[in-house]
Design a protein around this ligand. Structure first.
Ligand code: ADP
Length: 722
């Protein structure tokens, strides 16, 4: 008798494990196949995780259907299992992050396009003439041709019937073309050549390898990892390569540089894609046809069966860490995924994270240094402006020395960037009559005034309301005033001081789409802007050749607060911001306004002494056994009322297993005590480096039950302590 098979099917839902189903006679399934299975009263789609002989001891419901679509290969399934264990999540949740485009499981839809046959048209009309003229732009669908020619689609069909046009079916989602690794790149500098040789050797060695490209801003890191990609593709034309970039750096300019180097566009993956682009990129990635994917942090979950290299550009960037929904750090997952797939990891940054630097020092990553700029231009001179000595006037934010420096810059017809990492006009709105502060109704956050839109906005939840005419507390009219600066207010001050300058604000409010970002960057590059007032988004990755002055309005912002990485983050941000200056042949200057000029991060910046900064930062972390010298995990508990959350926390605290080398702190009320009507509490677990903190958290979460209204999330290696 033929042995029957059962299939273990993982369903993209928060279920503890795959469920078993009978494989009906005559149906063939393999691990990785997409199937439809019954689940309760409904059907659900899922992926076969394993097959096994069915001994018939249980009555299993049969698989309803095998769906087709690119199979999830073993390395992808291994990554899902590993990630679920590491993040302490059900594997179905990770699978859900992988299956992000259900439409991609079907083959590309087709459409009919028309082209000219050259056959003469017997009965020519103006409408027909317009269609033929429209075809000079190339073949297109009837609808598109009708649009171009301003006629109805029936004219196109008529021409086809008359033999003047031929119809042909094409895929709506065309495959991505294979990149050409043999096109010449830029001639490398000696430093770049040496770095690139090291990386090519890593690629040649094969298997898992990791490298850190540690190079100053403008040192040509991108060109160097392009060479590593080219080397890999020459050796293995079918290899897939994932390039991770912070979302806002994923601009047209990076894609264009890539396309120029390899002759084809890469597949892209980020939150701004249309459903159609998403479907195309996913299908092409999963089938192995897309060799190169450039994407934001969520692309770490793309199914890439032949993955051989992951590049994490700007590896220190905090946006690689997702804090909401599924908490993960795409950089950490990238290294783990490379290890599982036997691929190469390349991390690149001008300001590497302490984690990566320590890995490099310990020899776990090959340390590739690029200490000088490609153009030979010098790094900007960094100077601290002590605000205690030259405080700005009341209600103003730019000190006299900074204003003077901007004036000098403009006089030389060069550009200035005023950097402040605060969106909007004012971070706090209060009533000057009664002192009432406008608070977000859904979170422990102040509402931020946005002057351009006339609204008060919560940057945590997205809540917004028109700025009220009357104080909601005391009713006084026109009494609400914005306190403190945001970029809009700094821009207002700049306009007042430099009425003839062309001034623009660059923040996620003024540049919402990739298109907006590109347009703004282009205006800046071509010298159409004199003063750019910008947040983080302006400080990353752009090359502004005429920018010679960076004024940091508030260098202290970010140093306060209980975040263990506050100093490091400030240092990185300021180096990146300062690094925008003097990229080409003109020397640059960075002026940092501070009330605390003795802070070690600022002192190190001024001295250009990264090692001094890192040494103290390291010592502090080592002493306190903080990452990367110890491990952290957080348990965040939330519930719709305070009593409930405290009661749950008491039970959770009791259930914490005792283990060697593990300390549990909390529950504590975090700074963000209430978000969207939910009360929050946090536990922090600090463990020795050798402890498997994921296993500890799994054991802990297995030892208590909470009511369904209480939500418990685990955050492995938390970055946010709010
Ligand atoms: P980084 O990522 O280190 O800041 P990029 O790779 O973006 O540096 O390079 C900075 C600028 O220098 C870019 O405009 C790039 O096109 C240019 N560049 C890089 N390498 C070379 C080279 N070998 N020759 C000429 N220009 C280069």
């Amino acid at each position: 008798m033929m042995t029957r098979l059962l299939a273990r099917v993982l369903i993209p839902m928060p279920l503890p494990e795959p469920f078993d189903y009978a494989v009906p006679d005559g149906v063939q399934v393999q691990p990785g196949d997409h199937v439809i299975v019954p689940l309760g009263q409904r059907s659900a789609s899922g992926v076969v995780w394993a097959t096994a002989p069915d001994d018939g001891s249980r009555t299993l419901k049969p698989i309803e259907m095998v769906r087709g679509g690119p199979r999830l290969e073993q390395p992808v399934r291994d990554f899902i299992d590993w990630t679920a264990r590491y993040l302490v999540e059900p594997p179905g949740i990770i699978l859900r992050s992988v299956l992000r485009s259900p439409a991609a499981l079907k083959p590309s839809p087709v459409e009919t396009v028309y082209a000219v046959t050259g056959q003469p048209v017997a009965r020519m009309t103006p409408a027909r003439h317009a269609v033929l003229a429209a075809l000079e732009e190339g073949p297109a669908t009837a609808a598109e041709l009708a649009r171009r020619a301003g006629v109805s689609a029936s004219v196109v069909k008529g021409l086809a019937q008359a033999g003047a046009l031929s119809a042909r079916e094409i895929e709506v989602d065309p495959p991505f073309q294979a990149p050409d690794p043999n096109r010449p790149g830029l001639p490398l500098t000696a430093l770049q050549e040496e770095a690139s040789r090291t990386l090519r050797r890593l690629v040649a060695a094969g298997g898992f390898q990791a490298a850190l490209i540690d190079g100053v801003t403008g040192s040509g890191k991108t060109e160097v990892y392009f060479e590593a990609i080219a080397e890999l593709l020459r050796r293995e034309p079918d290899a897939q390569i994932l390039v991770l970039l912070p979302e806002i750096a994923l601009t047209q300019s990076v894609i264009k540089r890539f396309s120029d180097r390899f002759g084809v566009e890469p597949a892209r993956w980020h939150s701004g894609l249309s459903d159609k682009e998403r479907r195309r990129s996913w299908r092409e990635a999963a089938s192995g046809r897309a060799r190169i994917v450039m994407g934001a942090r969520s692309s770490i979950f793309l199914p890439l069966p032949w993955l051989r290299m992951i590049v994490v550009d700007e590896e220190h960037d905090p946006t690689y860490k997702q804090d909401e929904m599924l908490t993960y750090n795409a950089r950490d997952l990238a290294v783990a995924r490379s290890k599982l797939a036997g691929a190469v990891s390349i991390l690149a940054s001008a300001t590497p994270s302490l984690e990566s630097l320590v890995n490099a020092e310990a020899g776990r990553y090959v340390h590739v240094r690029l200490p000088a700029r490609v153009t030979g231009s010098v790094l900007p001179d960094v100077e601290l402006l002590d605000l205690r000595e030259a405080p700005p006037e009341k209600g103003e934010w730019l000190s006299e020395p900074l204003v003077q420096a901007v004036a000098d810059t403009l006089a030389r017809r060069e550009q200035a960037l005023l950097y402040l990492n605060r969106r909007g006009f004012a971070p706090l709105v209060l009533c000057k009559a009664c002192g009432h502060k406008m608070k977000s109704p859904e979170a422990d956050r102040w509402l931020v005034e946005h002057r351009y839109t006339g609204r008060l906005v919560c940057h945590t939840t997205g809540f917004s309301m028109p700025k009220p005419k009357h104080c909601p507390e005391c009713g006084a009219e026109d009494s609400l005033i914005g306190v403190g600066p945001g970029v809009e207010r700094v821009a207002e001050e700049a306009v007042r001081r430099f009425p003839d300058a062309r001034i623009e604000v660059f923040s996620s409010d003024t540049a919402q789409s990739g298109e907006d970002v590109r347009a703004l960057v282009e205006r800046m590059e071509s010298g159409e802007i004199d003063i750019l007032v910008g947040t983080q988004i302006a400080a990353k990755g752009h090359n502004f050749p005429h920018l010679t002055l960076v004024g940091v309005v508030d260098a202290d912002l970010g140093l306060a607060g209980g975040d263990l990485r506050a100093g490091e983050r400030t240092y990185q941000t300021l180096v990146q911001a300062a690094g925008r200056a003097g990229r080409a042949d003109k020397p640059g200057r960075a002026l940092l306004q501070t009330w605390d000029p003795n802070h070690q991060a600022l002192r190190a910046l001024e001295a250009g002494d990264r090692d001094a900064f890192l040494t103290t930062e390291r010592q502090m972390r080592e002493l306190l056994k903080l990452p990367p010298f110890g491990r952290l995990a957080a348990l965040i508990v939330s519930a719709p009322d305070a009593g409930l959350v405290d009661e749950a926390c008491r039970a959770i605290a009791k259930a914490a297993p005792s283990a060697d080398g593990v300390d549990v702190f909390g529950p504590a009320e975090p700074p963000l005590g209430v978000v969207r009507g939910r009360w929050r509490r946090r536990f922090l677990v600090q463990a020795e480096k050798s402890v498997d903190v994921s296993a500890y958290m799994r054991a802990w979460t297995g030892r208590f039950k909470t009511p369904s209204s209480v939500r418990v999330t685990v955050d492995i290696e938390p970055y946010s302590f709010l």
